[in-house]
Design a protein around this ligand. Sequence first.
Ligand SMILES: Nc1ncnc2c1ncn2[C@@H]1O[C@H](COP(=O)(O)OP(=O)(O)O)[C@@H](O)[C@H]1O
Ligand SMILES: [Mg+2]
Length: 391
Amino acid sequence: MLVAGNDVVTAPPPPRRALILDDEADFAASLSDILEDAGYLTCVINSVDDVVEDLADFNADVTLVDVRLRDASGIDAIEALQALWPHSEAIVMTGYATVENAIAAIHKGAYDYLRKPFHAEELKAVLNRCFEKIELRRDKRAANEKLRTALDRAELANRAKSEFLANMSHEVRTPLNVILGYSEVIKDQHFGPLHPEKYVEYAKDIHESGAFVLSLVNDVLDMAAIESGQSEIKESSVEIEAIVDFCFRMLKGRAESFKLKLMKEIAQGIPDLRADERMVKQMLLNLLSNAVKFTPEGGRIGVVVTLADDGDLVIAVADNGVGIAEEDQQKILEPFTVGEDALTRSADGAGLGLALTKSMMEMHDGTLELRSNIDVGTVVTLRFPKSRLEN
Ligand SMILES: Nc1ncnc2c1ncn2[C@@H]1O[C@H](COP(=O)(O)OP(=O)(O)O)[C@@H](O)[C@H]1O
Ligand SMILES: [Mg+2]
């Protein structure tokens, strides 16, 4: 679009370019005249031998080809022209005797045929139809091109974001460890008692907050690594029940203070899992800490481990907590999203837990599925393929 003064002017469409190949020179010239009068740019050749590299610059949109040339088959000529201009369309010109040739040409990809003698209006009508197709295709190519550029840019930006997050997180971890280390020394009163006593409380708060920020930073770092494809799984043999017990120990304090009951149900004879142990721990901890966070006092939280009918290993984490609204269920699986209520109820959590867990499951060729009802509860199911089970 060009802007002239206050008017917005659309750029005129490029002239239509037609190549004419016919060994009857007079006929070819008269076609050229008709088309030039109608605003076309034309180029006339009288033999297949004229189809040479130098011609390529003409950039024909359409080629008008006589199928019955003295020295060669028009079909070969069409192929040669199409090789020069892959986006061009061919229209075949034929006499009564050679209609079959024309039909063969159409089978080979020619757009249409004109039977000689034809009227100028007939020629223009066929060309107009043909150009409708060409222009549609050209628009589509331009749109695709734009999309591809946008996609390239988005991918580049996304990579830059992941790298930035990874670097940032590293930088933040160093001072955080200083905060954690010294606040621990102070809260434990390593070098003698603190006065007044209040300072011990403060040091505890500093230490707890620091630990929380560290866990957030670690999540961001993990997410960035996964998104930029730098994360790999380190496989070993993992005993699921041991992981469940480990997570329960980690969450025992919080569960008890909210009077939440933690239960596990592990089917007999569950084989070990070939997986990244740290990730399995982290996934289960993410799900269980959500359950603890979003279940009101007195609630119940359960982990059920079973083998599905098809042999897959299924780990379900269920709670009878606040639940997640239907319309949020898809969204919260994306990185950095938290439920509406979660924001008002508690500000902790960057909204990465579920997204990370889902990505980690995918790295294990598994799936994460979420089912939830408001005020009834939530079940998150992790499914590992049976190929990951050790016999
Ligand atoms: N067991 C659950 N019960 C209710 N809501 C949940 C549960 N698990 C997750 N959610 C919702 O999904 C959101 C995203 O969870 P998550 O990705 O773990 O991030 P975060 O825990 O940092 O908020 C939570 O903020 C919450 O709204
Ligand atoms: Mg969470």
